[in-house]
Design a protein around this ligand. Structure first.
Ligand SMILES: [Zn+2]
Length: 145
């Protein structure tokens, strides 16, 4: 007689991500196996083959759902951070036409007298508040010439 009382579940405190990856892997393998069985049996036993194909498709759908669901939580915070840094303010001096671009600050608005001009004694005025293009990088590297 063997008792089954020593049955412990050590995975209870494990990290959730590891369990999720393992689950995705297992479901993926089962789905692949089901699809494989479906294709093999298709010629002989179409009814069983359809069941296998259905199980395989459902498995892949579940994986897709799991991956899709786990995404937005991380990308939302990132997107918000990127948006903060994306806006910039263009200043122009009406006297000497000097232009300057800096990061957007709270309280910036168009036609605001923002800061004194560095070239003349005029005040620079905000002429533009816009979003930065993703691939817009400073070309400081070419200043070696
Ligand atoms: Zn100026």
């Amino acid at each position: 007689m063997s008792g089954n009382q020593g049955n412990t579940s050590p995975t209870a405190g494990m990290t959730a991500s590891w369990v999720a990856y393992a689950a995705i892997l297992i479901v993926g393998l089962l789905s692949l196996f089901s699809l494989y069985m479906g294709f093999i049996n298709y010629a002989d036993n179409a009814d069983i083959a359809l069941v296998y194909l259905f199980i395989g498709a459902a498995g892949f759908a579940a994986i897709g759902y799991m991956l899709f669901r786990s995404k937005p939580a991380t990308t939302k915070a990132e997107a918000l951070e990127v948006k903060k840094a994306e806006v910039f303010t263009t200043l122009e001096c009406p006297k000497c036409q000097q232009k300057r671009v800096r990061d957007f600050k709270r309280g910036d608005y168009i036609y605001k007298d923002d800061e004194p001009c560095t070239r003349c004694d005029g005040m620079m005025i905000i002429t533009k508040i816009s979003r930065k293009k993703e691939e817009e990088k400073k070309k400081d590297e070419s200043s070696w010439l």
